[in-house]
Design a protein around this ligand. Sequence first.
Ligand code: NI
Length: 152
Amino acid sequence: MARREIIKEGDPVLRQVAQPVERVTKKLTALINDMAETMYAVDGVGLAAPQIGEPIRVIVADAGDGLIALVNPVITKTDGEDIEVEGCLSIPGVTGYVKRYAQVQVQGLNEKGKPVKIQADGLLARILQHEIDHLDGILFIDKATSVAEDTE
Ligand code: NI
């Protein structure tokens, strides 16, 4: 495993629509491991592959209940709505309130290439929506209200 550099806002890779993954290979598993290591190293709760410069549809998340890796994730059901504060590892020091679905069902492949369906609410639902947005070149600041910047 290797920790990777997190790409910051302004780099065009964050604005691309990421490509679907055709096969879960050993190389992809290694990438997922790098993403997890990178996320945990900065105490993040989610990371999308474009954030380490790989424009493919892979995300990792950990809302406190263990690592979830999803390949080609798609939101297949939604319910309710919820407004909460978000930030992004690619936009350090910036936070804002974002309206998201309160509950989502997400389908995709896990790190072994096996189809999985995840029901999420609360923080995990928010993380999954935020990370899947990254795969479409969307950043939370595009959707946020009352964006605040840290003035350290
Ligand atoms: Ni983000």
